[in-house]
Write a protein that binds this ligand. Structure first.
Ligand code: SF4
Length: 250
């Protein structure tokens, strides 16, 4: 195990030492250290996926009170909202709902009906990417549940990185965990999970863009099925600046 001391300041220059230090340590140590370093200015993001449930449990044990937020797109499954309520009751989490401020009716009026069918990148941008940027603007660090085994585009994510798009530290404490480890943790701690997983949905996002899959498909299958799109954009730096400026000024 590394004997490197954790740098006092977490920034692009110190990230290699920080990653080295936590590489072989349990995610709880990284979560604890982030809380000590950033205080109230570190927040946990969740889309109510499996990894997020694990992190919410760890955080509730270690640091009750840490803000846990989710992006309310108005298109989440009823099962996802039911899971939110169960987690709130079981883990004592007060969720922060982050909304884009654009109703579905207003979106239809401005961009046409069912934007997700015609231009899902724009829809994700309006309903996820922009509100995320706005919410993170006064934060110093955010924690996510993304893992390297989820998709080829996430194969090289670090434990701790610099989020260029949002200009803050991004922690991925379960980067090196497998889907099997995550399920084992959930069962071992008797945690609730989205019942859609039992009906063939490996990954669950907005209802219009999520489908059940047959066995053998990878975890990202079933999201934007039939399209090249693999990510909603909140974990990539793929921002069209003009769209952000337009949306923020609305
Ligand atoms: S996942 Fe689909 S419905 Fe949700 S914001 Fe993206 S394109 Fe829109």
């Amino acid at each position: 195990m590394s004997t490197i001391t954790i740098p006092q300041i977490w920034n692009e220059a110190t990230l290699p030492d920080i990653n080295h230090h936590f590489a072989a340590r349990p995610p709880q140590e990284l979560l604890q250290s982030a809380r000590e370093t950033f205080g109230e200015s570190v927040v946990l993001a969740t889309g109510f996926g499996l990894s997020g449930i694990v992190l919410m449990h760890m955080v509730s044990q270690l640091q009750p009170g840490i803000p846990v937020f989710y992006l309310q797109t108005d298109l989440l499954f009823a099962e996802t909202l039911a899971l939110r309520d169960k987690l709130a009751a079981q883990l004592g989490i007060n969720f922060v709902e982050v909304h884009c401020g654009l109703s579905l009716a207003a979106q239809s009026q401005q961009y046409g009906e069912a934007l997700w069918e015609r231009t899902p990148d724009r829809c994700c941008h309006l309903r996820k990417v922009v509100p995320l940027r706005r919410y993170l603007a006064d934060k110093q660090a955010w924690i996510t549940g993304i893992r390297r085994d989820q998709s080829p585009s996430r194969a090289n994510i670090p434990l701790v990185g610099w989020d260029t798009a949002n200009q803050l530290i991004k922690l991925n404490p379960l980067a090196g965990w497998t889907r099997q480890q995550v399920w084992q943790y959930i069962f071992a701690h008797h945690l609730p999970y989205n019942t859609l997983h039992d009906r063939g949905y490996p990954s669950i996002g907005c209802e219009p863009c999520t489908q059940p899959v047959t066995g053998g498909d990878d975890e990202s299958a079933g999201r934007w099925a039939g399209r090249e799109k693999m990510e909603c954009g909140i974990h990539t730096a793929n921002y069209a600046l003009a769209d952000i400026v337009n949306a923020l000024s609305r």
